[in-house]
Design a protein around this ligand. Structure first.
Ligand SMILES: O=CC(=O)O
Length: 313
C-alpha cells in the first residue's frame, strides 16, 4: 500500500507513526510550514486521514480533499471530526472504542481517590518535609459515597462497576433511561447533581452536551461535592468551575481535560482540593498500542476492501 497517501494530522506515538510509514505514504501535516498550502499541494492524492481526539477533519479540510475516503481517529472521542459532512460525502470514519474503556475508567477512580484522599497534596507534604513538623490533616472517605455519572455508555458503565466495588450507590443521567441497568436514573443533570456526592462526566461531546455542567449544576453538587471530568473540557463551563472552586461553592474537582488544552486556568494551580492531569485518560503503553493497532487495522481493512474493525460512519 506504498502508494496510498495518508494525511497524518499531528504527532502520535512513534509506534503508530512507524506502522503507518511501513504501509502508506504518510504526509505529516505538522511538519509543513504552511498547513493549508500543504493540503492544497497534496489534495489530488490524499485518500485517508489519521487524526486524534484533538485533531480531526473539519468541513473545510474535508471539502479540500476530493479523494478522501476514510478518517481513522486515534481516539474514542470524535468531536473534532465533522461527522455529518463525512456522512454526506460517503467518507468512512473509524475510532478506537473498547480498547481504552478500562484505562479511562481506572483513571476516573484514581481522580476520585486523589481528590477525596488528597493524594497529590499529601505527596507534596512528605516531599517538602512538612511531615516532620506534624501529621497531615484528615481527608474524606470514598467508600459508600453516591456517585452520579453523566453518560452511561461503555466508559460510564465501567466507572459504575468500579465504584460499585467501593459500595457506592450509583445514579446516572443520559438522554434516555437504560432499560437493562439497576442504577437510578435522573432525567436531568441538575437532579443528578442534587442527588450525588461525586459527579463524573463520561459522555461524548456534542452540541447538546457542551457546558452540560454549568453554574446551576455545580451549585447543586455543592460545597462538599466533587466533580470529575474524564470526558472533554467543553462539557464544563470552565470559568464557572473556577469561580465555584475559588468561592468554595464546589468541594473539589479532578480534571483530565480542559476547554482550551493545553491551557489550564492558572487560578486552579493554588487549590489543594483540585487535581489536574494533562489529558492522560488513555495514556498507557498497553492501551495506546491497542489504539494504534486499530487505527492501522481500520485503514488496512478499508484499502483491502474488508469490513472495518471499528466503524463509526
Ligand atoms: O481523549 C481521548 C480519546 O478520545 O480517546
Amino acid at each position: 500500500m506504498e502508494s496510498i497517501d495518508v494525511l497524518m494530522l499531528c504527532p502520535m506515538i512513534s509506534y503508530l507513526e512507524q506502522e503507518l510509514d511501513r504501509r502508506f505514504n504518510v504526509l505529516k501535516l505538522w511538519t509543513a510550514p504552511e498547513k493549508s498550502q500543504f493540503i492544497k499541494d497534496h489534495s489530488a492524492t490524499i485518500r485517508a486521514i489519521a487524526g486524534d481526539g484533538g485533531h480531526g477533519a473539519d468541513a473545510e479540510m474535508i471539502e479540500a480533499l476530493p479523494r478522501l475516503e476514510i478518517v481513522s481517529s486515534f481516539s474514542v472521542g470524535v468531536d473534532k471530526i465533522d461527522l455529518e459532512k463525512c456522512r454526506e460525502k460517503g467518507i468512512r470514519v473509524t475510532y478506537t472504542p473498547d480498547v481504552l474503556t478500562d484505562e479511562v475508567a481506572d483513571l476516573a477512580i484514581g481522580l476520585i481517590m486523589a481528590v477525596l484522599r488528597r493524594l497529590c497534596e499529601s505527596d507534596r507534604y512528605v516531599r517538602s518535609g512538612k511531615w516532620k513538623k506534624g501529621d497531615f490533616k484528615l481527608t474524606t472517605k470514598f467508600t459508600g459515597k453516591t456517585v452520579g455519572i453523566i453518560g452511561l455508555g461503555r466508559i460510564g458503565m465501567a466507572i459504575a462497576k468500579r465504584a460499585e466495588a467501593f459500595n457506592c450507590p450509583i445514579c446516572y443521567y443520559s438522554r434516555t433511561e437504560k432499560p437493562d441497568t439497576k442504577y437510578k436514573y435522573y432525567p436531568s443533570v441538575l437532579e443528578l447533581a442534587s442527588n450525588c456526592e461525586i459527579l463524573v462526566v463520561a459522555c461524548s461531546l456534542t452540541a447538546e452536551t457542551r457546558h452540560i455542567v454549568n453554574r446551576e449544576v455545580m451549585n447543586a453538587l455543592g460545597p462538599k461535592g466533587v466533580l470529575i471530568n474524564i470526558g472533554r473540557g467543553p462539557h464544563i463551563d470552565e470559568p464557572e468551575l473556577v469561580s465555584a472552586l475559588v468561592e468554595g461553592r464546589l468541594g473539589g474537582a479532578g480534571l483530565d481535560v480542559y476547554e482550551h488544552e493545553p491551557e489550564v486556568p492558572e487560578e486552579l494551580f493554588g487549590l489543594e482540593n483540585v487535581v489536574l492531569l494533562p489529558h492522560v485518560g488513555t495514556a498507557t503503553v498497553e492501551t495506546r498500542k491497542a489504539m494504534a493497532d486499530l487505527v492501522v487495522g481500520n485503514l488496512e481493512a478499508h484499502f483491502s476492501n474488508k469490513p472495518l474493525l471499528t466503524p463509526l460512519v
